[in-house]
Write a protein that binds this ligand. Sequence first.
Ligand SMILES: [Zn+2]
Length: 92
Amino acid sequence: MTAMYDYVKPALIFFLVIIAAGIAGGFLAADRGRRVVGWCLLCALFPPLLLLLYFARPLREVEGMFRKCLKCGGLIKWRSTVCKFCKSEVTE
Ligand SMILES: [Zn+2]
């Protein structure tokens, strides 16, 4: 009984870490306009990918997160007023 308990507990923690990594990956992917399900699975299988995803640049405009500069097409933060790539002013 005790042996069973000792085995189950670390497995449960491992399982929870995988779930948490998957969910975190899904949210990060959504914020960056990437495929949520794919990144969710990748981060669950290989949690260090979360770091890569965290620093990854967005692929497209994401409402409230990133938008496209009209002059150079670079993706900048939603609230930025100056494009960090071409330094031109960004207006709504
Ligand atoms: Zn620009």
